[in-house]
Design a protein around this ligand. Structure first.
Ligand code: HEC
Length: 477
């Protein structure tokens, strides 16, 4: 069986409707929800006044400094006492409203995924309270002797990297507007290999907002590239067949599978790297982001694939596809009327027969700027003791296009949610197409429009999507 072909067997939406996801999962760190480092070193009990070195610095080290370090994507560093003291009250606001660190997958009343997530840097309630108490106390420095050990300088890179590709001509992103650029890369593989680890190294971390890598087996992208080997692209690489294979966002660690899992890459395939640049007024130094790869030594026990499912425009005879919803006129219709709030579009997909059981390794949601909330649920045809009849795989209830990523379950392979023939996967997307949605407001401004427009399915900034990226693994030996 052609394993990559499996993706098309899944009825996956490729090419024209490719998504944007950011990803940074690290099986090795496996952290569940926010740690408790903030208070664990305190010897003075809960009433003791928090200080920077004893209580705040460990939190910043674990959850903030991957971005808030000179030269990285965040607008200021949080490396020293002075750095933190200057913005102490902002630290309180942005941690209390949980916009920092950036994270999208939350438990809700209707979605309680059964596992935690890998590489979860969110703060615990106790840590958030500690930051508030510290600010209220006047942001005291405390004794530098209480400071946590300085972390070893981050070794950037994929352990055991075997192959690195990068654009031959660096790209300069400048101005205020975000830019989306695709680079055609050639890994020059002369035989089929199985990707076991990937990592992106931003050439200019001040401007690289996130990066996606697509496999282009037919080499179609070559004809789209200009003399510098790239082209502008927003929704995806804009070729008829492209498979998403990796994604990265700032702070992202290498994406590594255990040694018995690999994602097949056929000989001769080209790669298309799509980068979302966020120059934010900086006249950026040129960027040539590198993509690092490591392969399995032998044929793996499990193959991996990222299935992109959703963006259905109609309902099919079996009842799958776009389901009836609000504001439909004469049958299911993907239309978010101008001004509509809490508008939903729901899509259903039934896992076809003829596939091995698919284990969900990680998952991502994808919409554009009108979206506010998305969930992916499964209703199983044949529930078992370990695979419940109904399960929510993920919900991103405070959708932010700018902080997309894959969420990988912090679990052993055996304990991962499984999808088999007949299981129904439902994608529910919620939209706010009014100017109360700050992202809509900004997008309209950028397009010189004064009021919301009707939004339908499409590729551009003011179109929408409702798409899931399900990273599955399946046993092959
Ligand atoms: C994945 C990268 C990343 C991580 C991790 C991160 N930040 Fe940020 N942070 C950013 C970026 C980018 C911005 C600027 C854009 C924005 O405001 O969203 C920012 C902005 C901020 C701001 C400024 C907000 C304002 O209103 O001007 C604060 C405060 C902040 N972060 C605090 C934190 C704290 C505290 C942590 C850790 C608990 C943290 N950040 C972790 C990337 C990150």
């Amino acid at each position: 069986m052609n394993r990559l072909g499996m993706a098309s067997g899944l009825g996956v939406v490729f090419a024209a409707t490719l998504p944007f996801i950011g990803c940074s999962s690290d099986p090795a760190t496996g952290g569940a929800t926010g740690g408790s480092s903030a208070t664990s070193t305190s010897t003075g009990g809960p009433t003791a006044q928090p200080t920077f070195h004893k209580d705040i610095e460990p939190i910043l080290q674990r959850s903030c400094q991957s971005c808030h370090t000179a030269g990285k994507i965040a607008p200021f560093a949080l490396s020293t006492y002075d750095d933190a003291k200057t913005v102490a009250s902002l630290l309180v606001t942005r941690t209390q409203d949980r916009t920092m660190p950036p994270w999208g997958a939350f438990e809700t009343d209707t979605c309680k995924p059964r596992h935690g997530w890998k590489d979860d840097k969110r703060l615990s309630d106790a840590e958030i309270k500690t930051i508030e108490a510290w600010n209220t106390a006047g942001a005291p420095e405390g004794d530098p002797k209480d400071a946590p050990e300085k972390p070893a300088p981050a070794v950037e890179g994929l352990p055991g990297v075997q192959l690195t590709v990068a654009p031959k001509t660096p790209f300069v992103a400048s101005g205020e507007k975000d830019q989306f650029r695709c680079f055609v890369l050639d890994p020059k593989l002369d035989k089929k290999r199985y990707l076991n680890g990937t990592h992106f190294i931003a050439g200019n971390p001040k401007v690289v907002h996130h990066a996606l890598m697509f496999l282009d087996q037919a080499g179609e992208s070559v004809a789209k590239a200009d003399a510098d080997g790239g082209y502008d692209c927003f929704g995806g690489p804009e070729i008829s067949k492209a498979n998403l294979i990796a994604a990265w966002a700032p702070g992202g660690v290498p994406n590594e599978y255990p040694s018995n899992i690999g994602l097949p890459v056929e000989a001769g395939s080209k790669l298309v790297m799509q980068i979302h640049y966020h120059p934010a007024g900086a006249t950026g130094a040129p960027d040539a982001t590198q993509f690092q790869m490591r392969f399995t030594d032998a044929d793996p026990d499990y193959e991996a694939a990222i299935a992109l499912i959703g963006n259905f425009t109609k309902q099919d005879a079996s009842g799958d596809g776009l389901l009836p919803g609000p504001d439909d006129m004469g049958g299911p219709q993907f239309l978010i009327p101008a001004g509509a709030k809490a508008h939903t579009e729901t899509m259903r997909f039934t896992v076809p027969g003829g596939l091995p059981p698919l284990k969900v390794y990680g998952i991502a949601t994808h919409m554009h700027y009108v979206g506010t909330d998305m969930s992916i649920q499964v209703a199983r045809a044949t529930p078992t003791a370990t695979q419940p009849a109904d399960e929510c795989l993920v919900e991103t209830p405070r959708w932010d296009f700018n902080w997309q990523r894959q969420y990988a379950y912090d679990a052993e392979i055996a304990a991962l949610p499984t999808l088999v023939a007949g299981d129904q996967v439902t994608f529910k997307c919620t939209y706010d197409n009014s100017t109360e949605n700050p992202f809509v407001k900004r997008a309209l401004l950028e397009q010189n429009l004064s009021s919301p427009q009707d939004v339908s399915l499409g590729e551009t900034t003011l179109d929408e999507m409702c798409l899931g990226a399900i990273n599955v693994i399946y046993k092959v030996k």
